[in-house]
Design a protein around this ligand. Structure first.
Ligand code: 5GP
Ligand code: MG
Length: 189
């Protein structure tokens, strides 16, 4: 994806579909963690909207959550990720013996979640589960299976609902594919 190539956004998953799915995920998470306070750790920046909706859905189900964030950076993401992940903003919360839910926007090669899962696991949580809004299983490079998945998506570049392309489109309420191939069928932002 080069910087100045024209592109359009093709609708993939609507705001309504996301809302319904978040409620279903919260049902599942509440059933698994019911009765316990949950430390929810989001990976910045892409997960921030999904995480905000998820913790409020959990609140409606009587689950108290604590919030923290981690920022990591991956290198070689442009083409095939080379698997190098670096911690940019580590955790400040104590983890030991707590119930932890790790939230990311999208699971692609799996390098990011694998790295962060290991990082959190080393701090000895009582329970550690992972939740991703989107899963692109066709792109996986490492064997990792998230505990909760919003939607499986095709091998395309996706924006909206927290996810960006060149720092744009995080605020879109739905999810869209960035399309360079058929710049007629979607809309030009
Ligand atoms: P992984 O390490 O699994 O290859 O990459 C995960 C990270 O890559 C995600 O947290 C996200 O930041 C970024 N990423 C992967 N695929 C997409 C995509 O389709 N759209 C956007 N906006 N980011 C993506
Ligand atoms: Mg990310």
């Amino acid at each position: 994806m080069s910087e100045n190539q024209p592109f359009q956004l093709l609708p993939l998953i609507s705001e309504e579909q996301i809302k319904n799915r978040v409620e279903k995920l919260a049902d599942q998470i509440a059933a698994d963690f019911g009765g316990f306070e949950l430390l929810v750790i989001g990976l910045l920046t892409g997960s921030f909207i999904f995480m905000a909706d998820t913790v409020r859905a959990l609140h409606r189900r009587g689950i108290k959550t604590w919030i923290d964030f981690i920022r990591v950076e991956s290198y070689g993401m442009e083409s095939a990720s080379n698997g190098k992940v670096e911690m940019k903003y580590p955790l400040s919360s104590p983890i030991e013996s707590r119930h932890v839910l790790l939230v990311d926007d999208i699971l692609d090669t799996g390098y990011t979640l694998q790295f962060v899962k290991k990082y959190v696991q080393q701090k000895n949580p009582k329970v550690l589960k992972t939740c991703v809004l989107l899963d692109k299983p066709s792109r996986r490079k490492v064997s990792i299976q998230p505990d909760y998945v919003g939607f499986q998506v095709p091998d395309a570049f996706i924006v909206g609902y927290g996810l960006d392309y060149q720092y744009q489109f995080r605020e879109l309420p739905g999810l869209f594919i960035v399309s360079f191939e058929n710049p007629k069928s979607g809309f030009t932002p």
